[in-house]
Write a protein that binds this ligand. Sequence first.
Ligand SMILES: [Mg+2]
Length: 216
Amino acid sequence: MSGEFVFGVDLDGVCADYHLGFRDVVATELGVDPESLSRPTEWGYEHWGIEADDFSRLHKLAVTEKRMLRNLPVMDGCPDALWRLSDLGVWIRIITHRLYVNWGHAVTVSDTVEWLDEHRIPYRDICFLGDKPQVGADAYIDDAPHNIDALRRAGHTVIVFDQPYNREFEGLRAASWWEVEEIISDLAARTAARQPQLPGLDAGADRLNRFQSGQS
Ligand SMILES: [Mg+2]
């Protein structure tokens, strides 16, 4: 459909708190207090003493046996912000790189969709990717340095979802879903201004106003 503003939304570290879910699985496996496993300040989990092979084993255990993806905490404000953006006429495209491993695809896909339903996260379509970062969105949000870098190098608009391991990036950055909503509302409105034929945006904006004033 032409004219829609497509917002590509990453899941882990953006909508879902992967760190907290994975931390609990790893703490149980290592027999340590979860609180002793701090959030990474660099991409990866070497600071927990986990090398690449160990990470793969623990991630697989977390996904296939502990069903971690079904139970990840949702980021504050994420579903509401996405609903309001959807009401503005923004096309929400969920993009997840969870299929970067070659096992567990069925459980990964089903637990991901179940999690999205459980948290009432609106989306028009969903892309499960391996390592290809781009899927044809007007703007993206991601937390992973390699994805942010690859998308920006390809000339795409990317909001960095603020995490301790991505602070080196300049440009668009959001520390909360309220900030994400503000940035995307602005980008979508500017796009709409260039495409006056875009249907639904005025009506959507009205719905947002009604939402904000407490009316249904
Ligand atoms: Mg991510």
